[in-house]
Design a protein around this ligand. Structure first.
Ligand code: GLA
Ligand code: ZN
Length: 677
């Protein structure tokens, strides 16, 4: 099963009419009409209303909400309401609230506050999901199920400790296996009974917060366990839904590059992926593109839903800037360009009180439709109507893959040494951004993905190398492709134990190098790196970590310029099979990463689109019927003009574009071309 069947790209978002008197609901639909809103997500935080006490269920309000949506011709993404548990539940069963990293047992409050291992929570959340499914499964307006909300965080209670022990028994079978994997002979940690094992927290293995642990192996397994424990909650609810609803797709809203949950471990259990896009302030547009591509990679390139984004402002930050005119539409189109088959907002009408009263909404407190935000939403709604079904199911024809791996992310950032300054997302982003600026389509894939269709595979900070990954990377080069890896790759196995061989471990033969030593320096220490020779030459900066490379067949492409290792390689290229292994041994600045990436692309014969216009984003999607859509997105505040590389029809403006013709894009402007042939 894949995405919900819809006649066009769904447009709308979270709608909480239960927070409003009935008269307002009528007005909402008048405004939804005006904004071309066809899809609403309802019931996300309704547990207390649907189940006011243990034995009482009351669906009267949700019935009216769903009925009205259906009567008004809208499609409904129906939530199971379990993102926050009711106060009575926490009072009757204190086990449902979480214990935090510091060991503090929480009382009732906030949301996303349920212990994933609590039998009471599991039983009652499943009961609620089942009843909702039973009641609405046959409702023709319901096109998707939305389980829980933004699964995340962690719990360290006794129930979770027990759950962790069972999870470990299933994984290791014997204590010997566990002791070996965790290298417990270090610091006299050998466990002689499963019951001795504690969750790694501030009270046990951690010494300065969640990233500073004495035993990386234990913490890594706890992260995996927590991710699985929440996945079990999702799967429980999904199973309850499936008892009544066989064909309606099920999802939960992810958070893009969210460290605590390994979404790849979840992938096979979702019918389709969906996510909430709230980029960090001042995020480069490539950051969002990367997050979209990570989300598309979850389900092997299948399109996803943009489940939430703010139309205007967030409320949860210390300072909450407004999206400039045009930005909301630009970012929405960016999502579509990267594989979104729905554009949804949080939220339709602003909450009156509590923490999100200042969070942006399509309809504000005054209920006006003559606001800028409403007008921009309505204009986007009209454009998506013009797009119709053209993008639905369309795939990205990428020849370049970037590996993204939660285990490597965790292992790298939990590591004591070489440097706490290296952040996984930043390393991935630097390489992704270089590809983005070069104008190539990229798949961001898990390390288990089939790599046989790619000409270039980029492995930024691939700290952990698991299973047969090294052989599959070698196979890419063997048949003529290029593999580009960065510093701190190939260091540890899946238990986070160092490989007992030269660095970069199993990547050594492909890279044709050996690393015996590495230097880590403060953020402001720069070692210049001279890249290339002759006209191609470029001097870039290396920072943070400097691996000392001893070529074992690889040729130097760039060299350090300072310190006792001046003149030794910082970037190398190794002929392997019919292709190449490239290695970058330091944290090169963007100029340096761009230089290397463009060389790799050029040698691999992968041509980018409009590579000379850095703020022009391009993306291609190919629909199931072969229709090819080319998206052009101007992220800059200046008008851009480019020469069209293909002829086509402008799906939003309606006009023709001929090959070679100059095409203008206003600041934040967007074009969607259906290209000929
Ligand atoms: C998240 C949640 C929503 C809402 C928005 C506000 O994404 O899923 O319920 O809180 O944030 O930004
Ligand atoms: Zn718990």
């Amino acid at each position: 099963m894949s995405l919900p069947a819809t006649p066009k790209t769904p447009f709308g978002g979270d709608y909480n009419p239960e927070q409003w008197p009935k008269e307002v609901w009528e007005e909402d639909y008048r405004l939804f009409d005006a904004a071309h809103i066809d899809t609403v997500t309802v019931g996300v935080f309704t547990w207390a209303q649907l189940q006011p006490s243990l034995d009482v269920y009351d669906f009267s309000v949700l019935d009216r909400i769903v009925e009205q949506a259906a009567a008004q011709g809208r499609r409904v993404c129906l939530a199971t309401g379990t993102g926050a548990h009711p106060a009575w539940l926490a009072r009757a069963h204190p086990e449902v609230t979480r214990t935090d990293f510091e060991g503090r047992k929480h009382r009732y409050g906030q949301r996303h506050n349920s212990c994933p291992s609590s039998p009471v929570f599991r039983r009652l959340s499943v009961a609620l999901a089942g009843r909702i499914a039973q009641r609405y499964a046959r409702h023709p307006a319901v096109i998707a199920w939305h389980v829980g909300n933004e699964y995340g965080g962690a719990c360290y209670c006794e129930l979770c400790a027990e759950g962790f022990r069972s999870w470990l028994r299933a994984k290791y079978q014997t204590l010997d296996g566990l002791n070996t994997a965790w290298n417990t002979v270090f610091w006299s940690h050998t466990f002689s009974s499963w019951s001795e094992i504690e969750p790694p927290s501030a009270l046990t293995e951690h010494w300065r917060g969640p990233d500073h642990t004495a035993f990386q192996g234990i913490t890594l397994d706890y992260l995996r366990f927590m991710s699985d424990a929440m996945l079990a909650n999702f799967r429980d609810e999904k199973a309850a839904i499936r008892r009544y609803s066989r064909d309606t797709p099920v999802t939960t809203n992810f958070m893009g590059m969210y460290r605590p949950i390994d979404y790849h471990r979840w992938a096979e259990h979702l019918d389709f992926a969906s996510w909430d896009n709230y980029p960090p302030e001042d995020a480069h547009p490539a950051w969002m593109a990367l997050a979209h591509d990570v989300m598309r990679g979850i389900k092997g390139g299948q399109p996803f839903w943009l489940m939430e984004q703010t139309p205007s402002v967030t409320a949860c930050r210390d300072v909450n800037p407004l999206k400039r005119p045009g930005v909301m539409a630009l970012w929405s189109w960016q999502a579509v360009a990267h594989g979104a088959d729905a554009v949804l907002f949080f939220q339709m009408r602003a909450s009156r009180g509590a923490s999100e009263k200042y969070h942006g909404a399509v309809i504000g407190h005054a209920g006006r439709s003559d606001t800028r935000v409403f007008r921009e939403v309505a204009a986007l709604g009209e454009q998506l109507e013009q797009l119709g079904d053209a993008a639905l199911g369309a795939r990205t024809p990428a020849r370049v893959a970037v590996l993204f791996d939660w285990d490597s992310w965790w292992a790298l950032e939990l590591s004591d040494g070489p440097s706490r300054l290296v952040r996984y997302q930043q390393v991935v982003l630097a390489y992704y951004r270089a590809l983005w600026e070069a104008g190539v389509d990229v798949d961001v894939v898990p390390v288990t993905a089939d790599l046989s269709g790619y000409d270039v595979v980029v492995a930024p900070a691939l700290h952990m190398v698991k299973g047969d990954l090294a052989e599959r990377l070698e196979a890419v080069a063997q048949r003529g492709g290029s593999v580009l890896a960065s510093y701190l790759s190939g260091r540890v196995d899946e238990d986070d134990n160092a490989f007992l061989m030269d660095v970069p471990g199993p990547l050594g033969p492909l890279m044709g190098i050996r690393i015996d030593e590495w230097d880590a320096r403060a953020a402001d220490v720069v070692n210049p790196v001279r890249l290339g020779t002759g006209e191609q030459q470029q001097v870039a900066s290396g920072r943070l970590v400097f691996e000392l490379v001893i070529p074992q067949g690889a040729e130097p492409v760039g060299t350090y310029q300072a310190d006792f290792y001046a003149g030794t390689p910082a970037v190398t290229r190794n002929a392997f099979g019919a292709g190449h292994g490239w290695y970058v041994a330091t944290d090169l600045d963007q100029v340096g990463v761009d230089w290397v990436v463009r060389r790799v692309l050029a040698e691999a014969g992968v041509a980018g689109r409009h590579a000379d216009a850095p703020l022009l984003e391009t993306a291609v999607r190919v629909a199931p019927d072969g229709t090819r859509l080319l998206f052009l997105l101007n992220h800059g505040v200046e008008r851009i003009e480019v020469v069209a590389e293909s002829a086509g029809t402008d799906l939003l403006g309606g006009g023709r574009v001929e090959r070679g013709q100059r095409v203008g894009l206003e600041p934040y402007g967007v074009r969607v071309l259906r290209t000929d042939g």
